[in-house]
Design a protein around this ligand. Structure first.
Ligand SMILES: Nc1ncnc2c1ncn2[C@@H]1O[C@H](COP(=O)(O)OP(=O)(O)O)[C@@H](O)[C@H]1O
Ligand SMILES: Nc1ncnc2c1ncn2[C@@H]1O[C@H](COP(=O)(O)OP(=O)(O)O)[C@@H](O)[C@H]1O
Ligand SMILES: [Zn+2]
Lengths: 250, 250
Protein backbone atom coordinates (compact mmCIF):
# COMPACT_ATOMS: atom_id res chain seq x y z
CA UNK A 1 0.00 0.00 0.00
CA UNK A 2 2.91 2.30 0.77
CA UNK A 3 4.96 1.65 -2.34
CA UNK A 4 7.47 4.44 -2.58
CA UNK A 5 9.10 4.90 -5.92
CA UNK A 6 12.52 5.55 -4.38
CA UNK A 7 14.31 5.34 -7.66
CA UNK A 8 13.16 8.16 -9.75
CA UNK A 9 14.39 8.96 -13.20
CA UNK A 10 17.79 7.34 -13.61
CA UNK A 11 19.42 10.55 -14.78
CA UNK A 12 18.24 12.43 -11.71
CA UNK A 13 19.48 12.80 -8.16
CA UNK A 14 17.16 14.60 -5.77
CA UNK A 15 18.44 15.12 -2.25
CA UNK A 16 15.38 16.51 -0.39
CA UNK A 17 11.74 16.14 -1.32
CA UNK A 18 9.48 18.43 0.72
CA UNK A 19 5.69 18.16 0.53
CA UNK A 20 3.56 21.26 1.19
CA UNK A 21 0.05 20.63 2.53
CA UNK A 22 -2.89 22.66 3.81
CA UNK A 23 -6.19 22.06 5.55
CA UNK A 24 -8.27 23.43 2.69
CA UNK A 25 -7.99 25.50 -0.46
CA UNK A 26 -7.48 29.25 -0.49
CA UNK A 27 -5.00 29.58 2.38
CA UNK A 28 -2.14 30.35 -0.02
CA UNK A 29 -0.47 26.94 -0.12
CA UNK A 30 0.56 27.24 -3.80
CA UNK A 31 1.84 30.77 -3.24
CA UNK A 32 3.85 29.61 -0.23
CA UNK A 33 5.18 26.55 -2.12
CA UNK A 34 6.42 28.89 -4.84
CA UNK A 35 7.95 31.29 -2.29
CA UNK A 36 9.79 28.38 -0.63
CA UNK A 37 11.24 27.36 -3.99
CA UNK A 38 12.30 30.95 -4.74
CA UNK A 39 13.84 31.41 -1.28
CA UNK A 40 15.88 28.21 -1.64
CA UNK A 41 16.95 29.11 -5.16
CA UNK A 42 18.11 32.57 -4.03
CA UNK A 43 20.35 30.82 -1.49
CA UNK A 44 22.04 29.06 -4.38
CA UNK A 45 20.49 25.61 -4.10
CA UNK A 46 19.37 23.65 -7.17
CA UNK A 47 15.60 23.63 -6.90
CA UNK A 48 12.64 22.01 -8.57
CA UNK A 49 8.92 22.35 -7.94
CA UNK A 50 6.39 19.64 -8.70
CA UNK A 51 2.81 20.84 -8.85
CA UNK A 52 0.35 18.12 -7.84
CA UNK A 53 -2.44 20.61 -7.05
CA UNK A 54 -5.16 20.42 -9.62
CA UNK A 55 -7.09 23.37 -8.23
CA UNK A 56 -6.14 26.44 -10.20
CA UNK A 57 -3.05 25.17 -12.01
CA UNK A 58 -1.26 28.07 -10.39
CA UNK A 59 2.37 26.99 -10.15
CA UNK A 60 3.24 27.43 -13.85
CA UNK A 61 1.32 30.71 -13.86
CA UNK A 62 3.15 32.02 -10.77
CA UNK A 63 6.47 31.44 -12.52
CA UNK A 64 5.32 33.09 -15.74
CA UNK A 65 5.28 29.70 -17.48
CA UNK A 66 1.64 29.30 -18.41
CA UNK A 67 2.30 28.44 -22.03
CA UNK A 68 5.28 26.22 -21.30
CA UNK A 69 5.16 22.55 -22.11
CA UNK A 70 7.31 19.69 -20.88
CA UNK A 71 9.95 18.77 -23.40
CA UNK A 72 11.21 15.28 -24.18
CA UNK A 73 14.84 14.19 -24.41
CA UNK A 74 16.61 10.84 -24.35
CA UNK A 75 16.86 11.31 -20.60
CA UNK A 76 13.13 11.62 -20.04
CA UNK A 77 10.55 14.41 -19.76
CA UNK A 78 12.28 17.77 -19.58
CA UNK A 79 10.94 20.26 -17.03
CA UNK A 80 10.06 23.82 -17.93
CA UNK A 81 12.65 26.15 -16.40
CA UNK A 82 11.92 29.48 -14.74
CA UNK A 83 13.88 32.69 -15.12
CA UNK A 84 15.85 31.95 -11.93
CA UNK A 85 16.51 28.39 -13.08
CA UNK A 86 13.88 26.59 -10.99
CA UNK A 87 12.69 23.42 -12.73
CA UNK A 88 8.91 23.35 -12.92
CA UNK A 89 6.70 20.34 -13.60
CA UNK A 90 2.96 20.58 -13.25
CA UNK A 91 0.10 18.22 -13.90
CA UNK A 92 -1.46 21.21 -15.61
CA UNK A 93 1.35 21.37 -18.18
CA UNK A 94 0.42 17.97 -19.52
CA UNK A 95 -3.29 18.54 -19.85
CA UNK A 96 -4.91 19.89 -22.96
CA UNK A 97 -7.80 21.18 -20.93
CA UNK A 98 -6.79 21.90 -17.32
CA UNK A 99 -10.44 22.50 -16.47
CA UNK A 100 -10.96 18.74 -16.80
CA UNK A 101 -8.41 18.28 -14.08
CA UNK A 102 -10.90 18.68 -11.31
CA UNK A 103 -12.48 15.38 -12.14
CA UNK A 104 -9.24 13.53 -11.58
CA UNK A 105 -9.69 11.34 -8.56
CA UNK A 106 -6.95 10.36 -6.13
CA UNK A 107 -5.73 7.21 -7.92
CA UNK A 108 -5.44 8.92 -11.30
CA UNK A 109 -3.52 11.83 -9.80
CA UNK A 110 -1.19 9.57 -7.81
CA UNK A 111 -0.47 7.54 -10.92
CA UNK A 112 0.42 10.72 -12.80
CA UNK A 113 2.71 11.87 -9.98
CA UNK A 114 4.34 8.45 -9.87
CA UNK A 115 4.91 8.79 -13.60
CA UNK A 116 6.44 12.22 -13.17
CA UNK A 117 8.71 10.89 -10.48
CA UNK A 118 10.13 8.15 -12.67
CA UNK A 119 10.06 9.90 -16.04
CA UNK A 120 11.02 13.52 -15.45
CA UNK A 121 14.66 14.36 -16.00
CA UNK A 122 15.14 16.62 -12.97
CA UNK A 123 18.92 16.22 -13.05
CA UNK A 124 20.75 17.15 -9.84
CA UNK A 125 18.48 18.85 -7.31
CA UNK A 126 19.11 19.84 -3.72
CA UNK A 127 15.39 20.42 -3.10
CA UNK A 128 12.17 19.39 -4.79
CA UNK A 129 9.17 21.27 -3.40
CA UNK A 130 5.92 19.41 -4.02
CA UNK A 131 2.69 21.41 -3.99
CA UNK A 132 0.04 18.94 -2.83
CA UNK A 133 -3.71 18.95 -3.50
CA UNK A 134 -5.40 20.92 -0.70
CA UNK A 135 -6.73 19.23 2.39
CA UNK A 136 -5.73 16.35 4.60
CA UNK A 137 -7.83 13.66 2.95
CA UNK A 138 -6.79 10.55 1.07
CA UNK A 139 -6.08 12.57 -2.05
CA UNK A 140 -2.89 14.30 -0.87
CA UNK A 141 -2.03 11.26 1.24
CA UNK A 142 -1.99 8.84 -1.70
CA UNK A 143 0.06 11.31 -3.74
CA UNK A 144 2.60 11.64 -0.92
CA UNK A 145 2.89 7.86 -0.66
CA UNK A 146 4.40 7.82 -4.13
CA UNK A 147 7.36 10.02 -3.22
CA UNK A 148 10.44 9.56 -0.98
CA UNK A 149 9.69 12.55 1.25
CA UNK A 150 12.13 14.21 3.62
CA UNK A 151 9.31 15.99 5.39
CA UNK A 152 6.06 17.91 5.27
CA UNK A 153 5.41 21.64 5.60
CA UNK A 154 1.92 22.70 6.69
CA UNK A 155 0.43 26.01 5.49
CA UNK A 156 -2.30 27.42 7.73
CA UNK A 157 -4.37 30.56 7.88
CA UNK A 158 -5.69 32.31 11.02
CA UNK A 159 -9.17 31.98 9.46
CA UNK A 160 -9.30 28.27 10.17
CA UNK A 161 -8.86 26.06 13.21
CA UNK A 162 -5.11 25.59 12.97
CA UNK A 163 -5.16 22.96 15.68
CA UNK A 164 -7.31 20.51 13.74
CA UNK A 165 -5.34 21.14 10.53
CA UNK A 166 -1.96 20.56 12.20
CA UNK A 167 -3.31 17.54 14.06
CA UNK A 168 -4.41 15.89 10.81
CA UNK A 169 -1.16 16.82 9.06
CA UNK A 170 0.85 15.29 11.90
CA UNK A 171 -1.24 12.14 11.57
CA UNK A 172 -0.64 12.00 7.80
CA UNK A 173 3.09 12.50 8.33
CA UNK A 174 3.15 9.68 10.89
CA UNK A 175 1.49 7.34 8.39
CA UNK A 176 4.18 8.30 5.90
CA UNK A 177 6.92 8.01 8.56
CA UNK A 178 8.28 11.48 7.90
CA UNK A 179 8.52 14.53 10.14
CA UNK A 180 6.42 17.67 9.94
CA UNK A 181 9.20 20.16 9.29
CA UNK A 182 7.06 23.02 10.50
CA UNK A 183 4.07 25.26 10.01
CA UNK A 184 3.87 28.43 7.92
CA UNK A 185 0.98 30.69 8.86
CA UNK A 186 -0.06 32.70 5.83
CA UNK A 187 -2.10 35.93 5.88
CA UNK A 188 -1.17 36.08 9.51
CA UNK A 189 -1.31 39.85 9.91
CA UNK A 190 -1.48 43.06 7.90
CA UNK A 191 0.91 46.00 7.91
CA UNK A 192 -0.61 49.45 7.66
CA UNK A 193 0.99 51.24 4.69
CA UNK A 194 0.30 54.53 6.42
CA UNK A 195 1.76 54.09 9.89
CA UNK A 196 3.49 50.69 9.74
CA UNK A 197 1.32 49.19 12.50
CA UNK A 198 1.10 45.40 12.35
CA UNK A 199 -2.22 43.89 13.30
CA UNK A 200 -3.91 40.49 13.24
CA UNK A 201 -6.72 40.88 10.72
CA UNK A 202 -8.52 37.70 11.66
CA UNK A 203 -8.15 38.02 15.39
CA UNK A 204 -5.41 36.54 17.58
CA UNK A 205 -3.54 33.56 16.23
CA UNK A 206 -3.25 30.57 18.53
CA UNK A 207 -0.53 29.01 16.46
CA UNK A 208 2.17 29.06 19.17
CA UNK A 209 0.07 26.83 21.41
CA UNK A 210 -0.61 24.48 18.51
CA UNK A 211 3.09 24.37 17.62
CA UNK A 212 4.00 23.47 21.19
CA UNK A 213 1.25 20.85 21.50
CA UNK A 214 2.34 18.98 18.38
CA UNK A 215 6.03 19.79 18.38
CA UNK A 216 5.80 21.46 14.98
CA UNK A 217 7.97 24.58 14.78
CA UNK A 218 6.52 27.77 13.36
CA UNK A 219 8.71 28.35 10.32
CA UNK A 220 7.27 31.73 9.41
CA UNK A 221 4.25 34.02 9.64
CA UNK A 222 3.59 35.75 6.34
CA UNK A 223 1.49 38.94 6.30
CA UNK A 224 -1.35 39.70 3.89
CA UNK A 225 0.67 41.64 1.39
CA UNK A 226 -0.88 43.58 -1.51
CA UNK A 227 2.48 43.58 -3.31
CA UNK A 228 2.68 39.80 -3.04
CA UNK A 229 -0.92 39.60 -4.30
CA UNK A 230 0.08 41.71 -7.30
CA UNK A 231 3.11 39.51 -8.04
CA UNK A 232 0.97 36.37 -7.95
CA UNK A 233 -1.71 37.96 -10.13
CA UNK A 234 0.96 39.00 -12.63
CA UNK A 235 2.77 35.64 -12.61
CA UNK A 236 5.98 37.20 -11.30
CA UNK A 237 6.63 35.26 -8.09
CA UNK A 238 10.38 35.38 -8.72
CA UNK A 239 10.28 39.13 -8.11
CA UNK A 240 9.46 38.37 -4.47
CA UNK A 241 11.38 40.74 -2.23
CA UNK A 242 13.82 39.58 0.47
CA UNK A 243 11.29 40.51 3.18
CA UNK A 244 8.74 38.14 1.61
CA UNK A 245 11.31 35.34 1.72
CA UNK A 246 12.79 36.00 5.15
CA UNK A 247 12.54 33.21 7.67
CA UNK A 248 11.20 30.79 5.09
CA UNK A 249 14.51 29.03 4.88
CA UNK A 250 17.05 28.77 7.70
CA UNK B 1 -36.43 20.15 -15.25
CA UNK B 2 -37.17 23.46 -13.54
CA UNK B 3 -39.90 22.32 -11.21
CA UNK B 4 -40.30 24.99 -8.60
CA UNK B 5 -42.13 24.02 -5.48
CA UNK B 6 -44.05 27.32 -5.39
CA UNK B 7 -46.36 26.16 -2.69
CA UNK B 8 -44.36 25.63 0.38
CA UNK B 9 -45.70 24.54 3.71
CA UNK B 10 -49.40 25.38 3.79
CA UNK B 11 -49.10 27.23 7.09
CA UNK B 12 -46.35 29.50 5.76
CA UNK B 13 -46.26 32.65 3.69
CA UNK B 14 -42.83 33.77 2.53
CA UNK B 15 -42.66 37.02 0.59
CA UNK B 16 -39.03 37.16 -0.61
CA UNK B 17 -36.61 34.29 -1.06
CA UNK B 18 -33.04 35.48 -1.62
CA UNK B 19 -30.27 33.04 -2.57
CA UNK B 20 -26.68 33.83 -1.60
CA UNK B 21 -23.95 32.34 -3.82
CA UNK B 22 -20.18 32.52 -4.17
CA UNK B 23 -17.51 31.43 -6.63
CA UNK B 24 -15.80 29.11 -4.15
CA UNK B 25 -15.59 28.34 -0.46
CA UNK B 26 -13.86 30.54 2.07
CA UNK B 27 -14.90 33.95 0.78
CA UNK B 28 -17.29 34.45 3.71
CA UNK B 29 -20.58 33.60 2.01
CA UNK B 30 -22.10 32.00 5.14
CA UNK B 31 -20.94 34.90 7.30
CA UNK B 32 -22.45 37.40 4.84
CA UNK B 33 -25.71 35.36 4.59
CA UNK B 34 -25.98 35.54 8.37
CA UNK B 35 -25.18 39.28 8.40
CA UNK B 36 -27.89 39.90 5.78
CA UNK B 37 -30.42 38.07 7.93
CA UNK B 38 -29.38 40.04 11.03
CA UNK B 39 -29.49 43.37 9.15
CA UNK B 40 -33.00 42.66 7.86
CA UNK B 41 -34.17 41.51 11.28
CA UNK B 42 -32.83 44.67 12.93
CA UNK B 43 -34.96 46.68 10.50
CA UNK B 44 -37.99 44.88 11.91
CA UNK B 45 -38.70 42.41 9.12
CA UNK B 46 -39.69 38.81 9.85
CA UNK B 47 -36.69 36.81 8.74
CA UNK B 48 -35.71 33.20 8.21
CA UNK B 49 -32.45 31.64 7.06
CA UNK B 50 -32.21 28.32 5.28
CA UNK B 51 -28.76 26.78 5.30
CA UNK B 52 -28.14 24.62 2.24
CA UNK B 53 -24.36 24.81 2.57
CA UNK B 54 -22.94 21.50 3.66
CA UNK B 55 -19.39 22.79 4.05
CA UNK B 56 -18.86 23.66 7.68
CA UNK B 57 -22.46 23.62 8.93
CA UNK B 58 -21.80 27.16 10.05
CA UNK B 59 -25.19 28.85 10.05
CA UNK B 60 -26.51 27.21 13.25
CA UNK B 61 -23.14 27.81 14.89
CA UNK B 62 -23.06 31.50 13.90
CA UNK B 63 -26.42 32.00 15.61
CA UNK B 64 -25.36 30.13 18.75
CA UNK B 65 -27.69 27.26 17.84
CA UNK B 66 -25.29 24.37 17.40
CA UNK B 67 -27.17 22.00 19.65
CA UNK B 68 -30.61 23.03 18.42
CA UNK B 69 -32.83 20.56 16.65
CA UNK B 70 -35.85 21.10 14.45
CA UNK B 71 -39.06 20.55 16.36
CA UNK B 72 -42.24 18.98 15.01
CA UNK B 73 -45.76 20.33 15.37
CA UNK B 74 -49.05 19.68 13.62
CA UNK B 75 -48.06 22.45 11.23
CA UNK B 76 -44.83 20.82 10.11
CA UNK B 77 -41.16 20.96 11.05
CA UNK B 78 -40.53 23.79 13.48
CA UNK B 79 -37.42 25.94 12.87
CA UNK B 80 -34.91 26.69 15.58
CA UNK B 81 -35.24 30.34 16.59
CA UNK B 82 -32.35 32.69 17.31
CA UNK B 83 -32.13 35.24 20.11
CA UNK B 84 -33.34 38.01 17.79
CA UNK B 85 -36.17 35.83 16.50
CA UNK B 86 -34.63 34.72 13.20
CA UNK B 87 -35.95 31.31 12.16
CA UNK B 88 -33.07 28.99 11.34
CA UNK B 89 -33.23 25.73 9.40
CA UNK B 90 -30.09 23.93 8.39
CA UNK B 91 -29.37 20.66 6.67
CA UNK B 92 -26.84 20.21 9.45
CA UNK B 93 -29.57 20.26 12.11
CA UNK B 94 -31.13 17.11 10.70
CA UNK B 95 -27.98 15.09 10.40
CA UNK B 96 -26.65 12.87 13.13
CA UNK B 97 -23.17 13.16 11.77
CA UNK B 98 -22.68 16.41 9.84
CA UNK B 99 -19.27 15.19 8.71
CA UNK B 100 -21.09 12.75 6.44
CA UNK B 101 -22.72 15.69 4.77
CA UNK B 102 -19.86 16.24 2.41
CA UNK B 103 -20.73 13.09 0.53
CA UNK B 104 -24.20 14.37 -0.27
CA UNK B 105 -24.35 14.90 -3.98
CA UNK B 106 -26.48 17.54 -5.70
CA UNK B 107 -29.67 15.48 -6.13
CA UNK B 108 -29.75 14.36 -2.49
CA UNK B 109 -29.20 17.91 -1.27
CA UNK B 110 -31.85 19.36 -3.60
CA UNK B 111 -34.33 16.74 -2.45
CA UNK B 112 -33.67 17.70 1.16
CA UNK B 113 -34.11 21.39 0.38
CA UNK B 114 -37.33 20.66 -1.48
CA UNK B 115 -38.48 18.77 1.60
CA UNK B 116 -37.60 21.66 3.84
CA UNK B 117 -39.47 24.01 1.57
CA UNK B 118 -42.69 22.02 1.77
CA UNK B 119 -42.47 20.74 5.33
CA UNK B 120 -41.00 23.53 7.46
CA UNK B 121 -43.49 25.71 9.28
CA UNK B 122 -41.84 29.07 8.59
CA UNK B 123 -45.02 30.99 9.30
CA UNK B 124 -45.15 34.55 7.99
CA UNK B 125 -41.79 35.73 6.68
CA UNK B 126 -40.84 38.89 4.84
CA UNK B 127 -37.44 37.45 3.86
CA UNK B 128 -35.93 34.00 3.65
CA UNK B 129 -32.16 34.14 3.11
CA UNK B 130 -30.84 30.91 1.59
CA UNK B 131 -27.15 30.12 2.07
CA UNK B 132 -26.22 28.05 -0.98
CA UNK B 133 -23.44 25.49 -1.40
CA UNK B 134 -20.32 27.32 -2.58
CA UNK B 135 -19.50 27.65 -6.24
CA UNK B 136 -21.39 28.15 -9.46
CA UNK B 137 -21.69 24.52 -10.48
CA UNK B 138 -24.73 22.31 -10.83
CA UNK B 139 -24.89 21.76 -7.09
CA UNK B 140 -26.11 25.23 -6.08
CA UNK B 141 -28.02 25.51 -9.36
CA UNK B 142 -30.14 22.43 -8.74
CA UNK B 143 -30.82 23.56 -5.19
CA UNK B 144 -31.94 26.99 -6.42
CA UNK B 145 -34.27 25.39 -8.95
CA UNK B 146 -36.33 24.02 -6.07
CA UNK B 147 -37.16 27.43 -4.63
CA UNK B 148 -39.30 30.38 -5.81
CA UNK B 149 -36.45 32.92 -5.72
CA UNK B 150 -36.83 36.68 -5.81
CA UNK B 151 -33.17 37.10 -6.64
CA UNK B 152 -29.56 36.14 -6.12
CA UNK B 153 -26.83 37.90 -4.13
CA UNK B 154 -23.22 37.13 -5.08
CA UNK B 155 -20.45 37.23 -2.47
CA UNK B 156 -16.96 37.80 -3.87
CA UNK B 157 -13.49 38.33 -2.47
CA UNK B 158 -10.70 40.48 -3.96
CA UNK B 159 -8.55 37.32 -3.89
CA UNK B 160 -10.39 35.78 -6.80
CA UNK B 161 -11.28 36.85 -10.33
CA UNK B 162 -14.54 38.61 -9.53
CA UNK B 163 -15.36 38.95 -13.20
CA UNK B 164 -15.54 35.23 -13.87
CA UNK B 165 -17.50 34.62 -10.65
CA UNK B 166 -20.07 37.32 -11.42
CA UNK B 167 -20.30 36.18 -15.04
CA UNK B 168 -21.17 32.64 -13.97
CA UNK B 169 -23.61 33.86 -11.32
CA UNK B 170 -25.38 36.04 -13.88
CA UNK B 171 -25.63 33.01 -16.17
CA UNK B 172 -27.08 30.88 -13.35
CA UNK B 173 -29.59 33.62 -12.51
CA UNK B 174 -30.64 33.84 -16.18
CA UNK B 175 -31.28 30.08 -16.24
CA UNK B 176 -33.43 30.54 -13.16
CA UNK B 177 -35.11 33.64 -14.63
CA UNK B 178 -34.36 35.79 -11.61
CA UNK B 179 -32.26 38.93 -11.23
CA UNK B 180 -28.85 39.21 -9.59
CA UNK B 181 -29.75 41.67 -6.86
CA UNK B 182 -26.14 42.68 -6.45
CA UNK B 183 -22.64 41.79 -5.37
CA UNK B 184 -21.16 41.98 -1.88
CA UNK B 185 -17.39 42.09 -1.82
CA UNK B 186 -16.15 40.60 1.44
CA UNK B 187 -12.69 41.13 2.97
CA UNK B 188 -12.45 44.04 0.62
CA UNK B 189 -10.08 46.16 2.71
CA UNK B 190 -8.60 46.44 6.19
CA UNK B 191 -8.78 49.34 8.61
CA UNK B 192 -5.68 50.09 10.65
CA UNK B 193 -6.63 50.05 14.34
CA UNK B 194 -3.77 52.44 15.00
CA UNK B 195 -4.35 55.27 12.53
CA UNK B 196 -7.69 54.41 10.89
CA UNK B 197 -6.19 54.15 7.40
CA UNK B 198 -8.20 51.97 5.04
CA UNK B 199 -6.23 49.90 2.59
CA UNK B 200 -6.88 47.14 0.05
CA UNK B 201 -5.05 44.13 1.47
CA UNK B 202 -5.25 42.07 -1.68
CA UNK B 203 -4.43 44.83 -4.11
CA UNK B 204 -6.91 47.02 -6.00
CA UNK B 205 -10.41 45.69 -6.47
CA UNK B 206 -11.80 45.78 -9.99
CA UNK B 207 -15.33 45.23 -8.80
CA UNK B 208 -16.76 48.51 -10.10
CA UNK B 209 -15.84 47.60 -13.68
CA UNK B 210 -17.36 44.14 -13.22
CA UNK B 211 -20.54 45.64 -11.74
CA UNK B 212 -20.91 47.97 -14.71
CA UNK B 213 -20.18 45.25 -17.26
CA UNK B 214 -22.85 42.92 -15.92
CA UNK B 215 -25.29 45.46 -14.52
CA UNK B 216 -24.98 44.01 -11.02
CA UNK B 217 -24.93 46.73 -8.36
CA UNK B 218 -22.29 46.62 -5.63
CA UNK B 219 -24.42 46.24 -2.51
CA UNK B 220 -21.57 46.58 -0.05
CA UNK B 221 -17.83 46.18 0.52
CA UNK B 222 -17.13 44.59 3.88
CA UNK B 223 -13.66 44.99 5.44
CA UNK B 224 -11.59 42.22 6.99
CA UNK B 225 -12.65 42.78 10.56
CA UNK B 226 -11.03 41.05 13.53
CA UNK B 227 -14.10 41.82 15.67
CA UNK B 228 -16.35 40.16 13.09
CA UNK B 229 -13.95 37.19 13.03
CA UNK B 230 -14.26 36.95 16.82
CA UNK B 231 -18.07 37.06 16.67
CA UNK B 232 -18.17 34.29 14.09
CA UNK B 233 -15.69 32.18 16.05
CA UNK B 234 -17.80 32.65 19.18
CA UNK B 235 -21.14 31.97 17.47
CA UNK B 236 -22.43 35.45 18.28
CA UNK B 237 -23.28 36.88 14.86
CA UNK B 238 -26.31 38.68 16.30
CA UNK B 239 -23.92 40.94 18.22
CA UNK B 240 -22.83 42.40 14.87
CA UNK B 241 -22.44 46.15 15.21
CA UNK B 242 -24.33 48.67 13.06
CA UNK B 243 -21.17 49.42 11.07
CA UNK B 244 -20.93 45.74 10.10
CA UNK B 245 -24.52 45.84 8.87
CA UNK B 246 -24.47 49.22 7.13
CA UNK B 247 -25.25 49.25 3.45
CA UNK B 248 -26.22 45.59 3.45
CA UNK B 249 -29.87 46.47 3.28
CA UNK B 250 -31.32 49.59 1.67
N1 LIG C 1 0.26 36.53 1.99
C1 LIG C 1 -0.59 36.86 1.02
N2 LIG C 1 -0.94 38.13 0.82
C2 LIG C 1 -1.81 38.49 -0.15
N3 LIG C 1 -2.39 37.63 -0.98
C3 LIG C 1 -2.08 36.33 -0.84
C4 LIG C 1 -1.17 35.87 0.14
N4 LIG C 1 -1.06 34.52 0.03
C5 LIG C 1 -1.87 34.15 -0.97
N5 LIG C 1 -2.49 35.23 -1.51
C6 LIG C 1 -3.45 35.22 -2.60
O1 LIG C 1 -4.51 34.39 -2.16
C7 LIG C 1 -5.03 33.62 -3.25
C8 LIG C 1 -5.02 32.13 -2.91
O2 LIG C 1 -3.69 31.70 -2.87
P1 LIG C 1 -3.26 30.23 -3.40
O3 LIG C 1 -1.79 30.13 -3.20
O4 LIG C 1 -3.80 29.98 -4.77
O5 LIG C 1 -4.04 29.34 -2.33
P2 LIG C 1 -4.21 27.74 -2.26
O6 LIG C 1 -3.09 27.11 -3.04
O7 LIG C 1 -4.15 27.43 -0.79
O8 LIG C 1 -5.58 27.46 -2.82
C9 LIG C 1 -4.19 33.97 -4.47
O9 LIG C 1 -4.90 34.95 -5.22
C10 LIG C 1 -2.94 34.60 -3.88
O10 LIG C 1 -2.46 35.59 -4.74
N1 LIG D 1 -15.13 40.30 6.76
C1 LIG D 1 -14.51 39.37 7.48
N2 LIG D 1 -13.55 39.71 8.36
C2 LIG D 1 -12.90 38.77 9.09
N3 LIG D 1 -13.14 37.46 9.01
C3 LIG D 1 -14.10 37.05 8.14
C4 LIG D 1 -14.83 37.96 7.36
N4 LIG D 1 -15.72 37.25 6.60
C5 LIG D 1 -15.55 35.96 6.91
N5 LIG D 1 -14.57 35.84 7.85
C6 LIG D 1 -14.08 34.58 8.40
O1 LIG D 1 -13.62 33.82 7.29
C7 LIG D 1 -13.92 32.43 7.46
C8 LIG D 1 -14.71 31.89 6.29
O2 LIG D 1 -15.99 32.45 6.28
P1 LIG D 1 -17.29 31.62 5.85
O3 LIG D 1 -18.46 32.54 6.00
O4 LIG D 1 -17.35 30.29 6.55
O5 LIG D 1 -16.94 31.39 4.31
P2 LIG D 1 -17.71 30.51 3.19
O6 LIG D 1 -19.12 30.34 3.64
O7 LIG D 1 -17.57 31.32 1.94
O8 LIG D 1 -16.92 29.22 3.09
C9 LIG D 1 -14.67 32.33 8.79
O9 LIG D 1 -13.72 31.94 9.79
C10 LIG D 1 -15.14 33.74 9.06
O10 LIG D 1 -15.17 33.99 10.43
ZN1 LIG E 1 -2.01 52.76 10.42
Amino acid sequence: KFVVQKNGNEHSNIKNVVAVVSGKGGVGKSTVSALLAVALRRQGWKVGILDADLTGASIPYLFGLKTAKLGVSEKGLEPAVSTLGIKVVSIALVMDNPENAVVWRGPLLSKAIEQFWSDVHWGELDYLVVDMPPGTSDVPLTVMQKLPLKGVVVVTSPQEMARSVVKKAVHMAELLKVPVLGVIENMSYAVCPNCGHRFAVFGPSHLEEVAVEFGTPVIAQIPIDPVLAELTDAGRIEDATPSMLDNLVG
